[in-house]
Write a new protein. Structure first.
Length: 189
């Protein structure tokens, strides 16, 4: 019986040692990797109309009755790479780490085209079609469970998204979750 236990422990340790240390890096797109002229058009409950950049929208607190038009985000309008986060992305991809671009945009093709033109090797692009932070949390949570991730590093300009992903560490204490708030300043480019 002792020999069987020893064999079991040895095989279990061997199996554990052969499991990869699973890491995933997740980048937001707008105002994290790229600045665009895309705007969110808002019509308030009282009928007032105004526009928000994606950076302004990231910190905007919606009011009851607000209606949003995200149609600018079906395409890229005058995209400019945010160089310092672009360098981080390129170095992570070059090192062979798994990277996902997780965007609130509804279309992934413009994002893929931009990445290709910027010389970034192909990475998976997930277009959620929603700015709800819970959508990003749900995607990352599912990946943690499906792929037995040990580390998730998340880059996003939205404080709401950063906080929501960081809270996943309570659900998955065995996973190191690093949630980075990206703040873009024009002088950074």
């Amino acid at each position: 019986m002792f020999d069987q236990l020893r064999i079991y422990i040895k095989e279990t340790l061997k199996e554990f040692a052969n499991k990869p240390n699973r890491k995933l890096r997740v980048f937001d797109f707008d105002d994290t990797l790229v600045k665009t002229k895309s705007l969110i058009r808002v019509t308030s409950g009282s009928g007032e109309k105004f526009e928000l950049t994606s950076g302004e929208y990231a910190v905007y607190k919606p009011n009851a009755g607000d209606q949003f038009d995200y149609s600018d985000f079906d395409k890229l309008i005058n995209p400019k790479e945010i160089r310092w986060t672009g360098k981080i992305l390129k170095s992570i991809v070059s090192a062979g780490s798994e990277v996902v671009i997780l965007t609130a945009r509804g279309a992934q093709e413009p994002v893929k085209q931009f990445l290709e033109e910027a010389g970034i090797p192909p990475v998976e692009v997930i277009a959620l079609g929603s700015s709800d932070p819970q959508k990003k949390v749900d995607y990352i949570d599912a990946r943690i469970q499906k792929d037995s991730l040990t580390l998730v590093e998340f880059f996003d300009d939205s404080p709401k998204n950063v906080a929501a992903v960081k809270a996943l560490s309570y659900k998955h204490p065995q996973v190191k979750i690093i949630s980075r708030h990206i703040v873009y300043k024009a002088e950074d480019n």
